[in-house]
Design a protein around this ligand. Structure first.
Ligand SMILES: Nc1ncnc2c1ncn2[C@@H]1O[C@H](COP(=O)(O)OP(=O)(O)OP(=O)(O)O)[C@@H](O)[C@H]1O
Ligand SMILES: [Mg+2]
Length: 230
């Protein structure tokens, strides 16, 4: 009997909240699926609404239900651990790992969007870094490409589980008007982290919902090597 290749996990994290994790995850999932990869995206914990989960549910081609994409969701726009406590609930790492592993049985590649930045607390006993460590996931680190990005990338890479640092994929997300800093960040980063894999993600009006053919081509070109590295 042929042995099934082990499912790979990718955790999409970043330097902060609001940096473009959902936009990237949705685009990447669509691109991988269009290329024939049996990939799916999850957003295990949502706080302050479920719009991220809806965007990923749609990018998945609705292969999973919204509740499978996002089992834990809380109304308060706070760190998930606090938003859960507000409604008398708690989420533990083992529950999220159980979900991820159950989904993994049906897919070759599972992308999980974290919440907040790398060290934002997710539940009672874990943050995004713990998810990366426990799932042996490849970290994708999204950082807005503006003044200060070199520091932010270095901080996040430094804070990753040591074993995953070499395989981390950095995505510098274009920020309109970032000027000279945006143009020079990639080269400066390569001077300081020569082995780092960096993808420049274009700014596309409409974000994850952008449907224009030209926009799709620009995004696809930007994500090609990233998708190949996962
Ligand atoms: N490449 C991009 N092109 C156009 N808009 C973008 C891009 N990246 C992010 N945005 C916009 O920036 C905002 C934040 O992006 P997004 O929701 O993806 O961030 P996030 O890191 O997932 O945030 P959260 O921490 O809330 O999950 C959204 O309005 C999104 O449409
Ligand atoms: Mg998001």
């Amino acid at each position: 009997m042929p042995t099934r290749r082990q499912t790979r996990f990718v955790v999409i994290t970043g330097s902060d909240t609001g940096v473009g994790k959902t936009v990237l995850t949705a685009w990447l999932t669509r691109q991988l699926r269009a290329a024939g990869v049996n990939a799916v995206a999850l957003k295990p914990l949502c706080s302050g609404g479920r719009s991220d989960a809806r965007a990923l549910h749609s990018a998945n081609g609705k292969t999973l239900s919204l509740d499978e994409v996002n089992p834990w969701h809380y109304p308060a726009a706070l760190a998930p651990v606090l938003a859960a406590r507000r409604v008398g609930q708690r989420v533990d790492l083992s529950e999220v790992l159980t979900l991820a592993r159950a989904v993994a049985g049906r897919f070759d590649l599972v992308l999980l969007e974290g919440a907040g930045g790398l060290l934002s607390p997710l539940g009672e006993d874990f943050d995004n870094r713990d998810l990366i460590r426990e799932l042996r996931a490849t970290p994708v680190v999204v950082v807005p490409n503006r003044l200060g990005a070199v520091n932010q990338v270095r901080l996040v890479i430094e804070a990753l589980p040591r074993r995953t640092q070499a395989e981390a994929q950095v995505v510098l997300s274009e920020v309109p008007g970032a000027g000279a800093a945006g143009r020079t960040n990639p080269k400066l980063l390569r001077e300081w982290l020569p082995k780092l894999s960096i993808t420049l993600l274009p700014w596309v009006a409409g974000g994850a919902m952008a449907e224009a053919e030209g926009d799709r081509r620009r995004v696809a070109a930007a994500l090609k090597s990233l998708a190949g590295a996962l």
